[in-house]
Every structure is written in structure tokens, then in C-alpha cells.
Design a protein around this ligand. Structure first.
Ligand SMILES: [Ca+2]
Length: 196
């Protein structure tokens, strides 16, 4: 596909895309698992329905994970959606600014710290732990209310205003409840030093 070829050429020389890729695949394994990819793409602030469409285009064979090119396609489509363009393969040839994600550290900072660029990635074993905590809080229909999550956040000993920010970043669809992935984000962020 011509569009995809030009995309690869374009993205592979783009430090912003490279930097995002390093965050989701710090070991450079050539594949991004569905959890890592979903958590990262959710930080774009786009609605789930748009992200689902992006995923289908980025993983056209239904592999269930994204390879490097697939991830670049996803990033490109996020950028298109954020700039008011259609989410479709034909949009890939458009020139749009790089996609924005809510809490990725600045490219210049991560580019120089090769040992800590997995900073924002939730490792699989951590995700398992977070899922365990999630289930232990007795979610209703797969969702935890703010009341149920509060004690976990208070335990993190972060100042209340920072916790408020953590909540805002994590409740991606702003429904006042956390699903399993959002909860993983909140727990992860509350565990991680944050610069407010
Ligand atoms: Ca939510």
C-alpha cells in the first residue's frame, strides 16, 4: 500500500513518533501488546469508538497486537482525529502535527534518559497486580466509583490536589467511574512521582 510505505518513511525519521514508540516498547521487541497500546492510545483523550476504529485500521489482520508500523499508523490516525480529519487510511497521506497524549514526558527529556524511558509504561506484571486490586474493590458492572477508589488513592500519600489531577488524567471518559484500564492508570500514576 503506497500510503503505508510513505507513512513508514515519514514516521521513521520523526523523533516524536520514535519517542512514543520507545515508551510502549521499551525493550524494542517489535510488538506492542493490546494493553500497552490501549492504555497509551487512551491518553489521546479520543472517544473509545474512535480508538476502536483506529485500532482496526492499525491492526487490519486482527493480530491482537501492533507491530511498529501498526503503532505508527495508530499514532498518525490519532493525529488526524485530533486535527479534525477523518479516521481512514486515506487520511494517512495528510500532513498533520504529531499526536498529543496527556501525560507523556517531554521528548527531549526521555530521549536523553535511555534507562528510564519505560517511565510511563505499565508492565504486564504490574497490570496483573492492578487488576487484582481492582477486583478486590468489588466493581459494579466492571466499574469502580470514586468513593471506592478514594481509599487506595489516599494510601498513596500524595497531596490531594495531585490526586485530583491523577483522577482527571485517569477517568478518561469522564463518567466519574473507573474501568479496569482506567484503574490501572490511576494506580500506576499514584505510585509514580508526578510533577504537577
Ligand atoms: Ca471512566
Amino acid at each position: 500500500m503506497a500510503a503505508l510505505t510513505s507513512l513508514t518513511q515519514l514516521a521513521s525519521g520523526n523523533p516524536v513518533y520514535e519517542n512514543y514508540y520507545r515508551q510502549v516498547d521499551p525493550g524494542n521487541t517489535g510488538r506492542v501488546g493490546p494493553t500497552e497500546a490501549a492504555l497509551f492510545l487512551k491518553k489521546s483523550g479520543l472517544p473509545d469508538i474512535t480508538l476502536g476504529k483506529i485500532w482496526d485500521l492499525a491492526d487490519p489482520d486482527g493480530k491482537g497486537f501492533l507491530d511498529k508500523q501498526g503503532f505508527y499508523v495508530a499514532l498518525r490516525l490519532v493525529a488526524c482525529a485530533q486535527n479534525g480529519q477523518d479516521v481512514s487510511l486515506s487520511s494517512l497521506s495528510l500532513t498533520v502535527p504529531p499526536p498529543k497524549f496527556m501525560d507523556t514526558s517531554s521528548p527531549s527529556l526521555s530521549a536523553t534518559s535511555s534507562t528510564s524511558d519505560s517511565h510511563w509504561a505499565v508492565r504486564p506484571e504490574e497490570k496483573g497486580k492492578f487488576d487484582g486490586i481492582f477486583e478486590s474493590l468489588a466493581p459494579v458492572n466492571g466499574l469502580l466509583s470514586g468513593e471506592k477508589v478514594k481509599p487506595v488513592l489516599i494510601n498513596s500519600k500524595l497531596p490531594l490536589d495531585v490526586l485530583g489531577r491523577v483522577w482527571d488524567l485517569s477517568d478518561i471518559d469522564k463518567d466519574g467511574h473507573l474501568d479496569k484500564d482506567e484503574f490501572a492508570v490511576v494506580t500506576f500514576l499514584a505510585d509514580t512521582p508526578i510533577v504537577p
